[in-house]
Design a protein around this ligand. Structure first.
Ligand code: ADP
Length: 154
C-alpha cells in the first residue's frame, strides 16, 4: 500500500519553514498532499486561490506532491485521499503542546492515522505565518520569509 501523507495547514502564507518541512518529508512518503484547511478560526489574509496557486507553482516539478483544499475534519479528509499519515512541523514547546492535543484527538477519532512530526530547522524556528502576515499588513518586506519560487502578487 502506498504511503500517503497529508500536510494540513492554513498556509496564510506558505513560508520557508513550511517549504523545508515539505522538502524533508518528500523522501519519506510515496505521495504528499498539501491540504489547505478552510474552516479554521484564524483570520485569513491571503485569498485561498492565491495560496493554492503559489504552492502549486512552487512544487510544479514534484510528481509526488499535490495541493488540495479541504473542509471539515482532517481525519475525514485523510480517509477521502487514503492518507494514513498526517505531517506536522514542530518549532517550540508551545507547538508541541498544541500538536499533541490535536494528534491525540485525531488518534481517538481514527486509530488508523499516525501523526508524524518533523522538527523545524533552527533558522526557521521564529518564522510563523501570523507574524509574516503582520509584517506584510504593515508594509514590510516579507520576501526573506517566503520561498524564492513564490512571488506575492496580491
Ligand atoms: P495551522 O493553522 O494548522 O497551524 P499553519 O499553516 O500555521 O497551519 O502551519 C502548518 C504546519 O506547519 C503546522 O504543523 C506548523 O507547526 C508548521 N509550521 C509552521 N511554521 C513552521 C516553521 N517555521 N517551521 C516548521 N514548521 C512550521
Amino acid at each position: 500500500m502506498k504511503k500517503i501523507a497529508l500536510f494540513p495547514g492554513s498556509f496564510d502564507p506558505f513560508t520557508v519553514g513550511h517549504e523545508s518541512i515539505v522538502n524533508r518529508a518528500l523522501p519519506l512518503f510515496d505521495e504528499l498532499v498539501i491540504g489547505i484547511g478552510v474552516n479554521q478560526d484564524k483570520h485569513k489574509l491571503f485569498p485561498l486561490d492565491k495560496r493554492v496557486e503559489w504552492i502549486k507553482a512552487l512544487f510544479k516539478h514534484e510528481q509526488k506532491l499535490s495541493v488540495q483544499v479541504f473542509e471539515g475534519l482532517t481525519v475525514d479528509f485523510c480517509k477521502k485521499i487514503n492518507a494514513e499519515y498526517v505531517l506536522r512541523g514542530l518549532r517550540t514547546s508551545a507547538d508541541f503542546e498544541y500538536e499533541r492535543a490535536i494528534g491525540q484527538t485525531n488518534k481517538v477519532l481514527d486509530e488508523g492515522i499516525e501523526t508524524v512530526f518533523l522538527l523545524t530547522r533552527p533558522e526557521h524556528t521564529f518564522i510563523s505565518s501570523s507574524i509574516v502576515k503582520d509584517v506584510f499588513k504593515n508594509g514590510g518586506d516579507i520576501s526573506k520569509f517566503i520561498p524564492e519560487g513564490i512571488k506575492i502578487d496580491v
